[in-house]
Design a binder for this molecule. Structure first.
Ligand code: PLP
Length: 287
């Protein structure tokens, strides 16, 4: 099957897709991105993802490369061309192409937009065996609320996790608290059954899956608490899990080699995964 990518106004063969070497995303990581899940041909939470893109662009004073309506059209056209039923749509906007200088270009440049899709196996309600995480120091900058393409600390943390046999890294701040994963939000279920995840501020990315799951938790009448939690508390938790557009809700069964709870995916994580998959399939807002 031919695979297309969208690059600055054109749908091109994925193998031939390229950007200019002076693109500020390539040279300076001066850009932002979004990843939207697709389930059974439907986009999951398109609106909040595009709202977050709008916010990221605004924080960095990058203009929209096309109108929001045009972006939605391009997403659908690329999905259609790539016959995407289940998987992900990746979109990236950079400040554009200009002679290299740290400061913004003085002559207005057009922001650059690229988009790709990825087919994946549909994520089902079954959580499987769960995953292991490894703690890593959170060495990122102080604007982790912006979804920028500057991901080197995340890359290094994820690589350290993978080299130790873990799936994800949990990032630890200077107070010993878990901020989030390298590419996921981090949650625990306390012995009292409360769902805990760190509050959203400049220290983490406000995950769209996280937001939807908090609405699902409300619907299920689970107590949802936003507060810092330490690595030590996470290790004593009844359950733990991660959320993202890519992993939905995935139980964490081991932290730094130590089992969480009985070392198996817990009932709350399994229930939340089921509800999230139902939400993704129905393509409706939870609230
Ligand atoms: N935190 C970080 C650092 C991420 O990179 C991501 C997703 O890429 C998330 C959290 C989860 O966000 P979302 O649920 O919107 O995919």
């Amino acid at each position: 099957m031919a695979r297309f990518a969208y690059v600055n106004g054109r749908y091109v063969d994925h193998l031939d897709a390229s950007v200019h070497i002076e693109d500020r995303g390539y040279q300076l990581a001066d850009g932002v991105y979004e990843v939207v899940g697709v389930r059974d041909g439907k986009l999951i939470d398109e609106k909040p993802h595009l709202d977050r893109l709008d916010r990221s662009l605004g924080e960095l004073r990058i203009d929209w490369p096309v109108t929001r309506a045009a972006l939605s059209f391009i997403i659908r056209e690329l999905m259609r061309r790539n016959r995407l039923r289940d998987g992900l749509v990746y979109m990236q906007v950079t400040r554009g192409v200009a002679r290299r200088d740290h400061a913004f270009p003085t002559n207005p440049v057009k922001p650059a937009l690229v988009m790709t899709t990825k087919n994946t196996k549909p994520l089902g309600a079954d959580v499987g065996a769960g995953v292991a995480v490894k703690s890593q120091p959170d060495i990122r900058w102080e604007r982790c609320d912006i979804k920028t393409v500057a991901l080197l600390p995340n890359v290094l943390a994820k690589q350290a996790a993978r080299e130790s046999g873990a799936y994800e890294a949990w990032l630890i701040d200077t107070d010993g608290c878990v901020t989030e994963g390298a590419s996921t939000n981090a949650w625990i279920v306390t012995p009292e059954g409360e769902l805990v995840t760190r509050q959203t501020d400049n220290g983490i990315l406000a995950g769209i899956t996280r937001g939807t799951l908090s609405a699902i938790a409300d619907k299920l009448q689970l107590k949802f608490v936003e507060r810092p939690f330490s690595l030590a508390e996470a290790k004593r938790a009844k359950e733990a899990f991660i959320t993202s557009a890519t992993s939905f809700v995935t139980p964490v069964v081991k932290i730094d080699g130590e089992p969480v709870g009985d070392g198996k995916p817990g009932a709350t994580s399994r229930r939340l995964r089921e509800e999230y998959v139902r939400f993704a399939e129905e393509g409706e807002a939870v609230t």
